[in-house]
Design a protein around this ligand. Structure first.
Ligand code: MG
Length: 364
């Protein structure tokens, strides 16, 4: 029996983790369920799964309260959204637990801190993001296997074929209509700006200890090939499947064992698979994120704080789609960077970025 502490239980990924647990009650059990804000959602999940601990994130102040969440678990499943996920990932690492990571901001903003803890304690850190799970599978479930290059696939989001001059007029509803994946609102908008793919390049860097020069992103509109690894002899190994997060979620809990999940791939029915260059000029957020990742220190945290603020404003109809990029650019241009030596430094950078971005948006 695997005891899971699930952080972010009422979100899109959290609900799919619950589905996996529901299907295999003989294998999995929740020791703790934590939600962000949806207390009634938490209540109904707690009634169903009867975890020892059920908490709402806002009631968890200080490191002690977070550390206690992981005491009785075998796996810490971090499915919280945004920068808020980082403190839970660090608490799970302090507790010495296996971490199933579905919160990419933990590595985008806190990669240096998280990987330091993971290495120091020899922890099992398993990616849940579909692209990084694909890489993990292609690398034979190893984060240390040798490779030449990592190739991340990107659907291109809903605006791949939109003329650039029309992007100013797109609405939140347009951005939320993702062509292939069903995800939460923030990440769906990040897929539309390609910020998400920039984040995933940074995520791959930390997970696989890869130099940025060895990570590529390519557009693959069908979202069937989830990512690829190139090896020294020229061989390229890919992982394929229908876009369904339940596979990477379940595999993070069971690997190297595989259990049935989802429907088998029907290649003849799918037909052709396409690949094309990522249009980085049309979607500047991709390069902004990769460049912040290269700078390191607090730069990715500043970028993320601005992006979280800007996406909320866009979803609320307060700014246009191109103004998401503009807000991120302005924040990065005005705030000084520092080193990412401890969580408090990152928390401070996050707050400064949010304050600056809000002020910029309100001044428009
Ligand atoms: Mg992904």
């Amino acid at each position: 029996m695997v005891n899971i502490a699930l952080i972010g239980c009422t979100g899109n990924i959290g609900r799919q983790v619950c589905e996996v647990v529901r299907r295999h009650p003989e294998r999995f059990r929740f020791s703790a369920l934590v939600c962000g804000q949806d207390e009634s959602g938490l209540l109904s999940l707690a009634e169903e799964f009867r975890p020892k601990i059920a908490r709402c994130g806002k009631d968890l102040c200080g490191d002690g309260a977070k550390d206690a969440l992981f005491e009785d678990c075998d796996v810490a499943f971090i499915a919280a959204g945004g920068f808020a996920g980082l403190s839970y990932t660090l608490a799970a690492a302090r507790a010495g637990k296996k971490i199933a990571l579905a919160n990419k901001e933990s590595l985008v903003c806190g990669g240096e801190l998280v990987m330091r803890e993971v290495r120091k304690r020899g922890l099992d850190l398993v990616p849940v993001d579909s692209e990084h799970s694909a890489l993990f599978q292609c690398l034979n479930f190893s984060r240390n296997a040798p490779f030449e290059k990592l190739i991340l696939t990107a659907s291109g989001g809903p605006f791949l074929r939109y003329p650039e001059e029309q992007l100013g007029g797109v609405t939140a509803a347009d951005a939320l209509r993702h062509p292939t994946w069903n995800m939460g609102a923030k990440i769906t908008v990040d897929s539309a700006t390609l910020l998400n793919k920039g984040y995933e390049v940074i995520e791959a860097k930390w997970l696989y200890d890869a130099d940025f020069s060895r990570i590529e992103a390519v557009v693959h509109p069908e979202s069937i090939v989830h990512s690829l690894v190139c090896f020294a002899d020229g061989a390229v190994i890919a992982q394929l499947g229908y876009p369904d997060m339940k596979l990477p979620i379940q595999l993070a809990l069971t690997y190297p064992e595989r259990l049935p999940v989802g429907k088998p791939l029907d290649l003849a029915q799918i037909g052709a698979l396409h690949f094309e260059r990522l249009p980085a000029e049309k979607f500047p957020c991709f390069t902004l994120a990769v460049e912040a990742g290269k700078q390191g220190g607090t730069a990715p945290t500043l970028l993320n704080g601005a992006a979280e603020t800007a996406v909320r404003a866009f979803l609320g109809g307060r700014i246009t789609f191109p103004q998401i990029t503009e807000t991120v650019q302005e924040t990065l241009a005005h705030l000084p960077r520092g080193s990412a030596d401890c969580f408090e430094t990152l928390e401070e950078a996050d707050l400064r970025a949010r304050t600056f971005a809000s002020g910029y948006i309100n001044g428009k």
